[in-house]
Design a protein around this ligand. Structure first.
Ligand SMILES: Cc1cc2nc3c(=O)[nH]c(=O)nc-3n(C[C@H](O)[C@H](O)[C@H](O)COP(=O)(O)OP(=O)(O)OC[C@H]3O[C@@H](n4cnc5c(N)ncnc54)[C@H](O)[C@@H]3O)c2cc1C
Length: 460
C-alpha cells in the first residue's frame, strides 16, 4: 500500500507494483557511502516500461518534484544519491533484451540489463561487448552509458560510448525520443546521442540502447610484471606503448595498493615489489602469443618478477584479483575517498608520486592504481566513513588532486563523472565560455532543473 502523499499521487498515474513502499532506504546511497554520502528519497519508482518512465517524468515536471535516475548504484560520484529528496527512479525492472542479432553483431537492450548479462549474452555467440567496468554484475547498461564507463579494456577498445549506436530516452517534460539506432554511422543532426552519453542522468533518462558488438578474440594472455617502484614501472608502460604493442589492457598498481591487495595475488608477492604493471595481449591464438612474447620483452627491463599465466583458470584468477582491488583497499580503514583523474601518459609517474605526497600533507594514507595506458589513476585516500575530520581532510586532498590533474594537462574525471562529489570542479579545467555552454545545454534539455539536480554542475 502506498503511504505518503507523494506515493499516493504517483499511484494515480502508475501501476501499484511500480511504486516501492518498503525498502526505500536501499535507494539512498551508492558507492560513495564509504565517504559518508547518504540521501533519502521521498518516493522510489521502479518502472517496467518506457511509458511508465515517461509518465513518472511528466508527473514530476508537472508537480516540480526532482527525479533522480538510478542504475545499479555502483557509481563513485554520488550521481544516484537523492541528497535533497525527490523521486528516485530505479531502472532494474526495465531489463529486457529487445533484440539480439549475432550475425549482424548487434543487440538492443533496455537500460536495466546488467553489464555482465550483456557481456555473457554476446560471449555465448562468440561476440564481445568490450566495456568492462569493475562492478559488472551490479552496474546496468543505462548507468554505464550515463557515466560513459570505462574499465581495463578501454585502452584498446574504448569506453562504453564507443559501442552505443542508438539510444531511446525520456526527456523533459516527459517525451520519448530515439537518436541513432541499429546503424554504425550517423552524422545527421547535432550529436544528441553523445550528449546523453556521460550526462549522468541530468539531461534525460536512458530507457534502451542499441549496442554494437565485435567478434571475441580467440585468446587473451595477461602479463603481470613487478618493479621496485613507479620509476621502473612507468618506464615499462612507456616501452609497451612506444614499441607499438596494442595490448587490450595496460593497468598498474602502486606499492601501497600492492600492500592492501597483494595478499590475495595468485602467486607469492616477490620481495622488493613496489609497483605492478598488468598487460593483456589478445587476438587470434597466434597473434596473442606473438604479442605476449613482445610484451614480455618490453616489460623485462628493471622488473623483479613476472607472472604470465597461460591457462584459463589461472588467467581468470588473475583478473578476479584485479577486480577485487577497490574492495581490498576500502577494507583497510573501512572507507575511502577514491578519485579518477586522468593525465597525459608521460605525466603518469608524476601523478602517482604526487598522490602519495598529497595524502601525506593531509595526514592520510594514500595509494593509487588504475588504467595506466589511458593515464587514468584511481588516486585514493584511506579514511573511515565515520571519521568526519578525516573526511574533511580527504576532501581537501581531493581538491589538490584535481588541481594536479589540470596542471599536468589532464582532467578531473576519466571514468566516474562529476556527480555530486565533483560538482563545480570543471571550472578548474574549462574556460568561461565553455562553462556557459555547458549550462545552456542543461537548460535546453531540462528547463526546470528537475533531472538529478545538483549533479554534474560545472560551476557552483
Ligand atoms: C568495484 C567497482 C569497480 C568499478 N570499476 C569501474 C571501472 O573500471 N570503470 C568505470 O568507469 N567505472 C567503474 N566503477 C564505477 C561504476 O561501476 C560505473 O560508474 C557504472 O557505470 C555505474 O553504473 P550503475 O548502473 O551502477 O549507475 P548508478 O551508480 O546507479 O548511476 C550512475 C549515474 O548514472 C545515472 N543513471 C543511471 N542509470 C541511468 C539511466 N538509465 N538513465 C539516465 N541516467 C542514469 C545516475 O543518475 C547517476 O548519475 C566501479 C565501481 C565499483 C563499485
Amino acid at each position: 500500500m502506498a503511504t505518503t502523499t507523494l506515493e499516493r499521487e504517483l499511484g494515480a498515474v502508475l501501476p501499484r507494483e511500480s511504486i516501492l513502499v518498503e525498502g526505500a532506504a536501499a535507494y539512498g546511497s551508492d558507492e560513495t557511502e564509504g565517504r559518508g554520502l547518504r540521501g533519502r528519497a521521498d518516493a522510489v519508482v521502479l518502472p517496467s516500461t518506457t511509458d511508465e518512465v515517461a509518465r513518472t517524468l511528466a508527473w514530476c515536471y508537472e508537480h516540480d518534484v526532482p527525479l533522480i535516475p538510478r542504475g545499479g548504484g555502483t557509481g563513485y560520484a554520488g550521481g544516484a544519491v537523492p541528497l535533497d529528496g525527490g523521486v528516485v527512479l530505479g531502472l532494474e525492472r526495465l531489463a529486457r533484451v529487445r533484440s539480439f542479432e549475432p550475425l549482424l553483431w548487434r543487440i538492443q537492450v533496455e537500460a536495466g540489463v546488467t553489464t555482465a548479462a550483456v557481456r555473457r549474452r554476446a560471449r555465448e555467440s562468440g561476440l564481445l561487448f568490450p566495456p568492462d567496468p569493475g562492478a559488472g554484475e551490479q552496474s546496468q547498461i543505462g548507468g554505464n552509458i550515463a557515466t560513459n564507463a570505462g574499465g581495463p579494456h578501454a585502452f584498446k577498445y574504448g569506453t562504453t560510448g564507443a559501442w552505443v549506436t542508438g539510444l531511446e530516452a525520456v526527456i523533459p517534460p516527459g517525451e520519448v525520443v530515439t537518436v541513432g539506432g541499429p546503424v554504425r554511422k550517423d552524422v545527421a543532426g547535432y550529436d544528441l546521442k553523445s550528449l546523453l552519453i556521460g550526462s549522468e542522468g541530468t539531461l534525460g533518462i536512458i530507457t534502451a540502447a542499441w549496442l554494437r558488438l565485435t567478434p571475441a578474440p580467440e585468446a587473451a594472455l595477461p602479463v603481470a610484471a613487478f618493479y621496485p617502484g613507479s620509476t621502473e614501472g612507468c618506464a615499462a608502460i612507456e616501452r609497451v606503448v612506444g614499441n607499438g604493442l596494442l595490448v587490450a589492457a595496460l593497468e598498474y598498481l602502486d606499492g601501497a595498493t600492492l600492500v592492501a591487495a597483494g595478499g590475495s595475488f595468485p602467486i607469492e608477492r616477490p620481495d622488493r615489489a613496489g609497483f605492478l604493471v598488468l598487460a593483456e595481449a589478445d587476438g587470434s591464438a597466434e597473434e596473442a602469443e606473438r604479442l605476449r612474447t613482445e610484451v614480455l620483452e618490453a616489460v623485462a627491463e628493471g622488473s623483479v618478477a613476472v607472472h604470465a599465466p597461460t591457462e584459463a583458470r589461472t588467467i581468470a584468477e588473475l583478473w578476479r584479483w584485479r577486480e577485487g582491488i577497490a574492495i581490498a583497499v576500502g577494507a583497510q580503514r573501512g572507507g575511502k575517498l577514491s578519485e579518477d583523474i586522468v593525465v597525459p601518459l608521460d605525466r603518469l609517474r608524476e601523478a602517482i608520486d604526487e598522490t602519495l605526497a598529497i595524502g601525506a600533507r593531509h595526514g592520510l594514507p594514500a595509494c593509487s592504481w588504475g588504467h595506466a595506458g589511458d593515464g587514468n589513476l584511481h588516486s585514493t585516500f584511506l579514511v573511515a566513513s565515520d571519521d568526519e575530520a578525516g573526511l574533511a581532510r580527504a576532501g581537501e586532498a581531493a581538491g589538490e588532486l584535481f588541481e594536479l590533474a589540470v596542471r599536468l594537462g589532464g582532467s578531473i574525471s576519466g571514468e566516474h563523472g562529476v556527480g555530486w562529489v565533483k560538482r563545480g570542479q570543471l571550472a578548474r579545467q574549462w574556460p568561461a565560455p565553455a562553462l556557459a555552454l555547458h549550462a545552456k545545454i542543461k537548460q535546453a534539455f531540462d528547463p526546470k532543473g528537475l533531472l538529478n539536480p545538483g549533479k554534474k554542475e560545472a560551476d557552483v
